[in-house]
Design a protein around this ligand. Structure first.
Ligand code: CA
Length: 636
């Protein structure tokens, strides 16, 4: 804090005054090093688990604040804690390893909120762990805790059995919108896109938010349990804004960490009241160090950057470089847009031009920083801004164009935006924002009755999954897309009730064929390299039935050649969103003997039938996937 005139550190026995044993243990003056500008003091003694704040006097006022660089805090994050990180490690932590993919596109990403994952009684998770980090550590969980032999696995076991290999956790850093002192309240919940302490786990998901050690240990146990099951863990990070400007950043160095507009007011590119200045040296450095910390201390395997368009390209690329020093397989992707008008400075701290990390600047971003492909999302199920919009799977012919570009992860030609390579695109149909896929299908076709299964909606859902998983790019979905999860039409459920947000694990019985269809799609994807190649090496191996720029149709069909000797050599994918079966003749007729591996009912590695010639009969609202018979027989 170079502008501060005085800084003191205040030591406390507890993380808040409301706890027993609360006491002030002392206050010490820090001294400023005139050459580095750094304030410091040495306090002798065993200070492990002691809580502390800083008293920063700047511009004539003294603010009490937690440490910007907190690694542990007390309840609600108001006081920092001196932590011995090694002592927080759970048993076996030394042998816990990252779960990383050689190609980011090998990930099947399942985006979930910690509370939604287990809060329902159907989860089979013990009552103590429902809604907590530790829910992810439970094995042997069954629907409704029914232990009979025929019952179905839930929670972490379900992920393994259904072929999901990557969990993206919605905010798990310490956020401000949930009061950690209140337990058992249905209204005290939030997605958590409101950071308070970036390097501390959220307390409300721990079994004891008062003891700064507990949340750290339990967070590590969660990661360890997922890694033990071969599941990669991506963390949602929100460096673009903070809960409020009454923050440790503002109290420590006023008006440094936030962008101010020309009128001297906090700029609001996040739509949440402020935006952080990644172009400034000490915030850029902060963000880079924070990402490294989560990777090294918590073994996090990747990051999802909220409103990445507020951040600058140079900062994002420097994060990529820093993570590459640890392991270049650590994944990065983000939302290459803002939540409102962002006030951009002309230059960054190193004198270079400020370039926002938005879609139109993809060419300046590393090709290993993924960008959410909202154009394919909207093409699949209809524009996300209205739940009544229809896309390709509901029969919108105009959406075929977006599907065609999405096949190449928007890396082959410019449709709304252009990725440098397939690795730079996240292919998806839904996420936590806007309507869940199932809800948009309901609202746009059968007027708002969310209560029951509809055959056509299941077919549309299957086709959405087939489009995502036979496209290049990183396959991503909201948790439960594969079991027709509903939020009852709620398109912004950030603080809605558990009844709306919970994963209802009964759906895996109700929609058993859907879950197994998705599993089959992941297997097909995993066994066909062109879908997961990082670069554009396979783009010339595709033959589309219609030219991408002029497609207006209920059918999108393509063949793709593979040069991997131990895989299928040719694959045909035909999506038919018409309400009746259609004959589709492939443009590429070089293969004339086919084995069908996906149809309107099932998908996977098994033979479902054979076709001679290059004309396929594709059932109503379905995808047919076929591979050349010669290589199928050879590999079978
Ligand atoms: Ca919190």
């Amino acid at each position: 804090s170079p502008e501060a005139s005085a800084v003191k550190v205040k030591l406390y026995a507890t993380g808040s005054d409301s706890e027993s044993g609360a006491a002030v243990l002392g206050t010490y003056n820090l001294k400023k090093n005139s050459s580095t500008g750094m304030w410091s003091v040495t306090v002798n003694g065993d200070l492990k688990n002691i809580y502390y704040t800083y008293l920063v006097t700047v511009n004539g006022t003294t603010n009490e604040t937690q440490d910007v660089y907190s690694k542990a805090t007390g309840v609600n994050g108001n006081r920092s804690m001196v932590v011995d990180l090694d002592s927080t490690d759970p048993d076996g932590w030394d042998s816990d390893n990252h779960v990383l993919f050689n190609n980011a596109q090998e990930a099947v990403v399942w985006e979930v909120h910690v509370r939604d994952f287990s809060i329902s009684d159907t989860s089979g998770v013990s009552d103590d762990n429902k809604g907590k980090y530790l829910a992810f550590t439970e094995g042997g969980t069954k629907i409704n805790s029914d232990t009979s032999a025929s019952s179905v696995s839930t929670a972490a076991d379900y992920l393994v059995k259904s072929g999901i290999n990557c969990v993206q956790l919605m905010p798990v850093y310490d956020f401000g919108s949930v009061d950690e002192t209140i337990t058992g309240s249905a209204t005290n919940r939030n997605w958590g896109y409101d950071p308070v302490n970036y390097n501390v786990p959220e307390g409300s998901y721990s079994s004891n938010p008062y003891d700064g050690n507990v949340r750290i240990t339990e967070f590590k146990q969660m990661i360890q349990a997922l890694h033990d099951r071969g599941i990669s863990v991506v963390m949602d990070v929100v460096y673009n804004h903070t809960y409020s400007t009454d923050s440790c950043f503002q109290k420590t160095v006023p008006n440094y960490y936030y962008r101010l507009n020309r009128a001297g007011k906090f700029s609001n590119g996040s739509g949440c009241g402020n935006e952080c200045a990644t172009e400034r040296a000490m915030y850029r450095n902060y963000v880079i160090q924070s990402c490294l910390y989560w990777v090294n201390e918590y073994h996090v395997d990747g990051f999802r950057y909220d409103l990445m368009g507020i951040m600058d390209v140079e900062t994002m690329n420097q994060i990529r470089d820093a993570l590459d020093q640890v392991d270049n397989r650590v994944t990065m992707w983000g939302e290459a847009w803002t939540g409102g008008d962002s006030y951009h400075p002309t230059n960054t701290c190193d004198g270079t031009k400020f370039i926002p990390a938005i879609q139109s600047n993809a060419g300046s971003l590393s090709e290993r920083i993924g960008i959410f492909n909202d154009s394919v999302r909207d093409a699949i199920k209809g524009g996300a801004m209205s739940i009544a919009n229809t896309g390709f799977v509901q029969g919108s012919k105009g959406a075929a164009k977006g599907i065609s570009f999405g096949l190449f992860a928007n890396s082959n030609g410019n449709y709304k935006w252009k990725a440098k390579a397939p690795s730079q695109s996240v292919t998806y149909a839904d996420c936590h924002d806007n309507a869940a896929l199932y809800d948009q299908l309901v609202a746009s076709t059968v007027s708002g009755d969310y209560g029951n299964r509809y055959e056509d909606l299941v077919k549309m859902n299957k086709m959405a999954g087939a489009i995502v998983n036979t496209s290049q790019g990183i396959s991503f979905m909201l948790a439960g897309q594969e079991m027709a999860r509903t939020k009852y039409g709620d398109t912004n459920s950030y603080k809605s009730s558990p009844e709306i947000n919970k994963i209802n694990w009964n759906n895996i019985l109700e929609y058993q064929d859907l879950v197994s269809y998705y599993k089959g799609l992941y297997e097909i994807r995993k066994n066909f390299t062109p879908f997961t190649a990082m670069d554009k090496s396979y783009s010339s191996a595709y033959t589309l039935n219609k030219s991408m720029g002029s497609a207006f149709s209920n059918q999108v069909a393509f063949t793709v050649k593979n040069d991997q000797p131990d895989e299928w050599q040719t694959m045909a994918v035909i999506h038919n969103s018409a309400k009746k079966a259609e004959e589709v003749k492939l443009k590429d007729e070089s293969c004339t003997e086919w084995v069908i591996i996906a149809n309107d009912k099932t998908a996977g590695l098994k033979k479902l039938g054979e076709v001679s010639g290059s004309t396929f009969t594709v059932p109503a609202i379905s995808t047919v996937i076929a591979v050349d018979k010669a290589s199928f027989d050879k590999l079978a």
